[in-house]
Design a protein around this ligand. Structure first.
Ligand code: PEP
Length: 248
């Protein structure tokens, strides 16, 4: 049985003041939440969030990492650095990083490997653009993204990887994939993993991401192969985020 996981990707949002308010709001409702909950603030707020969530069931994630452990990489952050702040999860391969910062399938796979080598759980994001969906390429694109990771770390490593299926056309657009569209993509991903290892396929968490909100979370999370959500915009409002955490 896969436990529901809900992760909040705050992206480049928040301030010292709003972090306090958001985390305290989330903590106030956690007694009614049975899902695993992860929050992923920007790097400057990791320490603040670490302190605020100490002794709670909320887990801490980062939004990116560099594949090197240290050195002359101005502006970058290593696995060792984020681990010093209690980070256990790291988002890898988000579509914004793939499109704005040129992250290729090969680099994303290297980042997954770096995370695993450092005992961090990668939240591996995959998903197709609108053009790719309309061209009937969804499955081919997603398979290529996942196969790049399998080729580098092996399918067995997926026992420590969380996948987030995030159709690019649904991210931040208010256009959510229908439960049928999302379920079909999730089933495809699980079947793809199953071609290499059925046990891994059945135990891998596959989250949906793309304009999930308090109103649509339940119908998505109750789909057979949807094991939770990676939430952008709605993770910045404690009440909405809590509502999603209670779904399923
Ligand atoms: C995301 O960026 O991972 C995401 C799912 O964003 P949103 O929920 O805002 O679409």
């Amino acid at each position: 049985m896969r436990r529901t996981i809900v992760a909040g990707n705050w992206k480049m949002n928040a301030s010292k003041e709003s972090v306090d308010e958001l985390i305290l709001g989330i903590l106030s409702g956690m007694n009614e939440v049975s899902s695993e909950v992860v929050v992923c603030p920007s790097f400057p707020y990791l320490s603040q969030v670490e302190d605020l969530i100490a002794d709670s069931q909320v887990k801490l994630g980062a939004q990116n990492l560099n594949t090197n452990s240290s050195g002359a990489f101005t502006g970058e952050v290593s696995a060792n650095m984020i681990k010093e702040f209690g980070v256990g999860h790291v988002i890898v391969g988000h579509s914004e990083r793939r499109s704005f910062y040129g992250e290729t399938n090969a680099l994303v796979a290297e980042k997954v490997k770096t995370a695993l080598d450092n005992n961090l759980t990668p939240l591996l994001c995959v998903g197709e653009s609108l053009e790719q969906r309309e061209a009937g390429e969804t499955e081919a694109v997603v398979a290529e993204q996942i196969n790049a990771v399998i080729e580098l770390v092996g399918v067995g490593a997926f026992s420590n990887i969380i996948i987030a299926y995030e159709p690019v056309w649904a991210i931040g657009t208010g256009k959510t994939a229908s439960p049928e569209q999302a379920q079909a993509a999730h089933l495809f991903i699980r079947t793809l993993l199953g071609e290499s290892n059925e046990n891994i396929a059945q135990n891998t968490h596959i989250l949906y991401g793309g304009s999930m909100n308090a109103a649509n979370a339940n119908e998505l999370i109750t789909c057979a192969d949807i094991d939770g959500g990676l939430i952008g915009g709605a993770s910045l409002k404690a009440e909405d985020f809590l509502q999603i955490c209670k779904a399923g």
